[in-house]
Design a protein. Structure first.
Length: 577
């Protein structure tokens, strides 16, 4: 990158730094200790989701300082700001989880508003926990500014009795404790060691899944997502990200030059082959929506269906993010996908080079332990599968990584619960039977509101040894840490009168992840009769506030549960204002 002076006549920050009329604005910058030179350089937003809510976010502040150093070294002026996060592990299993998915929109909105209000020219975005990753990337795509994303890194695995443990083990231990198979003392020992450092959950749950997506889609620097949060090497990736964004400004490479239909397909591949979180089926359509690209749940699932699963990560497999990083990280996985002709190589990346050019620089190969060779995968189909049928006309999604073919076909009578709390009580009290399909409804984006994850319930089932003996379906979501035959995102949701609202106890439900179907043994006429008798959506306790607003605005799950019209309805470009 050259050290030439940037021409600010075409950058947004000219509105706050250039010309006599902006003297009052410049006086504010002088008040913060900025020099004349810094004021007239490009202004780069460095946005983080730093907070003291959880270990996922606690290291972001440190990394932001390194990113700012990179921006400064490349003749830019960084301006740091923060936004919110809601951390799913702490929000899990109670009313707080309703805030999780809505926080994705709040993150995208607040980053957008901060960037617009201060006319920043580019964005380095750092995020750590689940929804903050897609939220930050959605803001980049929405604004269509030169952008580099940086993941805060994963937590180190805990150790107990000579084995690696994660927070997933703690959630499942609650079920073992309820079943009388674990003492309170043993549970307390586990909870004290399971999360030994800063960083996001270590398995291929939502945070690490979307971190892999950030690299595969091209918004993050190669291998930047892999190093655990405590590693000092993260600071080097952060500094490099700051330098990289200045290069993107100079070359006028913007977020939508990187995020295209083809790069979204690459992102879906990385989710499938790593056995990633079902939440990617929600976030990839939402990111596409920001660019005005039609890329819905069906499209994501189509890619999942014909992508082999060959990276052995928890919860379906044996390893955690640190192990993937040590095996070469996302670039080695992408190299394997390239061997099978499964990725688009001409997609632009945050380096200014194409995906193919970046992969040409990688000399490591699959280790056969964490990353299997693509020609000898763990299974020939992806670790996440889409389902469709008369119970979910708009689709549903299930994670099958680590399950055998006989585990992923299930028929049983419905046992219906009107919310997650009722289902969790029943599981806790063993008020369910082997062979049943547990139905949890009224947990969709609008009807919840907030589309809660069900990890407390699914982990309790696994902890009781019933993970393969019952199935579970919901119009809500599942954590990336969920395992067992658990089908989420059933659409239309109950609040919109979808078939899941019409199910009754004893109805026979068939789930077939081999054929990709989800059906209830009712005729169209019977479903229509029940729809006519349906009393309408359940009233929630949220009659005002952010969740009321979210419930009013949110769209269908298969479109990404988004709250605004998206890129197709834009009438201006932020960078051209």
């Amino acid at each position: 990158m050259s050290n030439s002076t940037f021409d600010k006549s075409k950058l947004p920050s000219r509105h706050v730094t250039e010309g006599p009329a902006r003297a009052p604005h410049r006086s504010y910058y002088y008040a913060m200790g900025m020099t004349e030179e810094e004021i007239h350089q490009p202004l780069v937003g460095v946005a983080t989701c730093w907070n003291e809510a959880a270990p996922c976010n606690i290291a972001l502040n440190r990394q932001a300082q390194a990113a700012k150093m990179g921006v400064k070294a490349a003749k830019g002026t960084p301006r740091e700001f923060t936004t919110i996060t809601v951390t799913d592990g702490i929000a899990m299993g109670h009313e707080g989880m309703r805030s999780s998915l809505a926080s994705r929109e709040a993150i995208a909105d607040t980053v957008e508003l901060t960037m617009r209000g201060h006319c920043y020219d580019a964005l380095v975005g750092l995020a750590g926990c689940d929804k903050s990753l897609p939220g930050m990337m959605m803001a980049m795509i929405r604004l269509n500014v030169p952008s580099v994303f940086l993941y805060g890194g994963s937590i180190l695995p805990g150790r107990l009795n000579g084995k690696d443990v994660t927070v997933q083990d703690v959630f499942e231990a609650v079920g073992q404790h309820q079943a009388g198979n674990m003492t309170t003392c043993e549970l307390e020992k586990l909870e004290a060691v399971a999360c030994p450092s800063a960083g996001a959950c270590g398995g291929q749950f939502t945070a690490n899944t979307m971190a892999c997506v950030s690299e595969a889609i091209g918004l993050a620097l190669p291998k930047s997502s892999g190093a655990p949060a405590p590693y000092e090497s993260r600071d080097a990736y952060a500094e490099a990200s700051g330098v990289a964004v200045m290069n993107l400004i100079e070359k006028n490479i913007r977020a939508r030059d990187i995020v295209t239909r083809q790069s979204l397909e690459n992102a879906a591949r990385i989710v499938a082959c790593t056995g990633g979180s079902t939440n990617a089926g929600l976030h990839l359509p939402a990111m596409a929506h920001e660019a005005g690209i039609d890329f819905f749940l069906d499209d994501v699932c189509e890619i999942f269906r014909d992508t082999p699963y060959f990276v052995d990560l928890k919860p379906g497999g044996a390893y955690v993010a640190k192990d993937l990083y040590e095996a070469g990280g996302v670039p080695v996985v992408m190299k394997e996908l390239r061997k099978a002709g499964l990725i688009h190589l001409d997609c632009m990346t945050a380096t200014g080079f194409s995906m193919g050019e970046e992969l040409d620089k990688i000399d490591r190969e699959a280790d056969g332990r964490v990353i299997y060779p693509v020609e000898t995968p763990i299974s020939k189909t992806g670790g996440v599968v889409g389902l469709k049928g008369n119970l979910a006309p708009e689709g549903a999604i299930v994670k099958i990584a680590g399950m055998t073919e006989e585990d992923i076909v299930f028929t049983g009578p419905a046992n219906v619960f009107e919310c997650e709390e009722d289902a969790f009580e029943a599981v806790k009290n063993r008020a369910y039977c082997e062979g049943e399909v547990i139905v949890i409804r009224n947990e969709g984006p609008s009807g919840g509101p907030g589309m809660r994850e069900m990890l407390a319930t699914t982990a309790a089932l696994s902890g009781q040894g019933m993970g393969k003996k019952v199935a579970l379906i919901t119009d809500g979501r599942f954590s990336g840490a969920t395992r067992g035959f658990c089908v989420g995102h059933v659409g239309p949701e109950a609040a919109h009168g979808g078939p899941i609202a019409l199910i009754r106890n004893g109805d026979m439900i068939t789930l077939d992840a081999v054929k990709g179907t989800i059906s209830v043994d009712l005729t169209d006429a019977e479903l229509a009769q029940r729809k006519a008798e349906w009393s309408g959506p359940r009233e929630t306790i949220y009659g005002s506030g952010a969740l009321w607003k979210y419930a009013k605005l949110v769209g269908p799950t298969y479109l990404g549960a988004v709250t605004h019209p998206g890129g197709k309805d834009e009438r201006h470009s932020y960078m051209e204002l």
